[in-house]
Ligand binder design. Structure first.
Ligand SMILES: NC(=O)c1ccc[n+]([C@@H]2O[C@H](COP(=O)([O-])OP(=O)(O)OC[C@H]3O[C@@H](n4cnc5c(N)ncnc54)[C@H](OP(=O)(O)O)[C@@H]3O)[C@@H](O)[C@H]2O)c1
Length: 375
């Protein structure tokens, strides 16, 4: 395992972090958590050098924090840096912030966390919740010893990212970045800007929720196959990120023991500045090959859920994008008719307000339904 230091802190962590949003579960819909397996994974990772654990109020319907508290009992807490996040969408007045943090500490069975992040910051939340005194709240919680450092996780555009970076003396910014997102959301330039201000960068969705390892199109496989060194798809995707010295740690949601073991192996050689010029060119070409095929671009974060009408948006989009990548629409149409046809979108738009990717969800649902009806 390789390690890196958060600038302007006394904290050094493993470059692979455990993202507790996609823990092993008993069913494929993401619940309930397979508790013994999730605890086994987290503890095995820690026993093998992982030292950063990321959770949040809402993950696994609120159960992720409870599970993390259980996994970190028995001495494991002392071996990790622990991060959780303030659910900004539940903050209606300033007093809600500390109430939520207290509830989270109780769930986690902790008296403090190392990093506390404003969760899923976007322009709307920046303008509505931050003026309630978010910065003052973070200062106060540091003084009370409930949090050590403050940060934010982010889903919006590069312009908003800069505004948020400049708002407070943050120690951590958590951003979505992977081979496909160099110019999306915070952007790689935004990451460089935050790092220049002494903010440690944490990456989420490094495998785009797993999509970069699943059903990889032939055009992309050929590009990887032409390289002299052979690596797994996950390895290529992580390598693109751990090359960057600004990036302190890369969170992976590890849904199986095998994935966790592979990721531990990959991060044994996660050295910054490792890419050759040929590898840099490879990533540009891989991005182009993907961009030529993906239609919706949903990452499956499920912030749009639950839909009031029960439309399983992330499942539909994931299946549709996979069908687009592989040109395998017949299988998709059958699956749609079996699983998703009954729940019809009424275009209320609640999903689009919550979507960090700003996907035109209603239009896509309509387009896809029309395609299915025509087959
Ligand atoms: N703050 C926020 O707004 C926010 C948003 C998103 C995420 N996060 C945090 O960031 C963490 C990381 O994001 P993420 O979970 O999307 O990470 P990710 O690494 O992009 O995706 C995780 C998924 O990738 C697949 N995977 C992992 N390792 C693999 C391997 N070695 N080989 C093949 N497939 C592998 C698994 O999917 P399958 O088993 O389904 O294939 C797994 O569920 C989250 O867990 C969460 O803690 C925060």
């Amino acid at each position: 395992m390789k390690y890196a230091k958060f600038p302007r802190t006394d904290i050094t962590v493993s470059r692979l972090g455990f993202g507790c949003m996609r823990l092993p579960t008993l069913d494929k819909e993401g619940h309930p958590i397979d508790r013994p397996e999730a605890i086994r994974c987290i503890r095995h990772a820690i026993d093998n050098g992982l030292s950063y654990v990321d959770t949040a109020y809402g993950y696994h319907g609120g159960d992720s924090e409870v599970l993390v508290g259980e996994a970190l009992a028995g001495g494991y807490r002392d071996k990790v840096t622990l991060t959780t996040k303030l659910p900004l969408w539940l903050v209606h007045e300033a007093a809600d912030m500390e109430k939520l943090l207290d509830e989270q500490l109780k769930r986690l069975k902790q008296d403090h966390v190392d990093f506390y992040l404003a969760h899923a910051v976007n322009n709307e939340r920046f303008e509505s919740v931050f003026p309630m005194g978010l910065g003052e709240f973070m200062d106060k919680m540091k003084q009370k010893g409930k949090i050590r450092y403050a940060g934010f996780s982010f889903h919006d555009d590069a312009e908003t990212f800069r505004k948020v970076v400049d708002y407070y003396d943050w120690n951590l910014a958590q951003v979505q970045m992977n081979i496909l997102d160099e110019f999306n959301q915070a952007t790689m330039k935004g990451i460089e800007y935050a790092a220049s201000k002494g903010i440690g960068i944490v990456i989420m969705e490094p495998l785009r929720g797993g999509a970069l390892t699943r059903n990889v199109p032939d055009t992309v496989k050929d590009l990887y196959a032409a390289m002299p060194v052979k690596r797994s798809f996950a390895d290529w995707a992580f390598r693109y990120l751990y090359d960057r010295p600004e990036i302190v740690t890369i969170l992976s949601g590890m849904s199986t023991f095998e994935q966790m073991e592979e990721n531990l192996r990959i991060f044994d050689s996660a050295e910054p500045n490792c890419l050759s010029p040929e590898e840099r060119e490879l990533y540009v070409n891989v991005r182009k090959a993907y961009e030529a095929r993906v239609k919706v671009g949903c990452t499956g974060c499920a912030y749009c859920q639950p839909c009031p009408k029960g439309v399983r948006i992330p499942e539909i989009f994931r299946a549709y994008d996979e069908a687009s990548v592989f040109d395998s629409f017949e299988g998709f149409y059958g699956r749609y008719k079996r699983n998703w046809a009954e729940n019809v979108c009424v275009k209320c738009g609640a999903c689009e307000k919550a979507c960090p990717q700003h996907i035109s969800i209603r239009n896509w649902l309509e387009t896809i339904r029309a395609e299915v009806d025509a087959h």
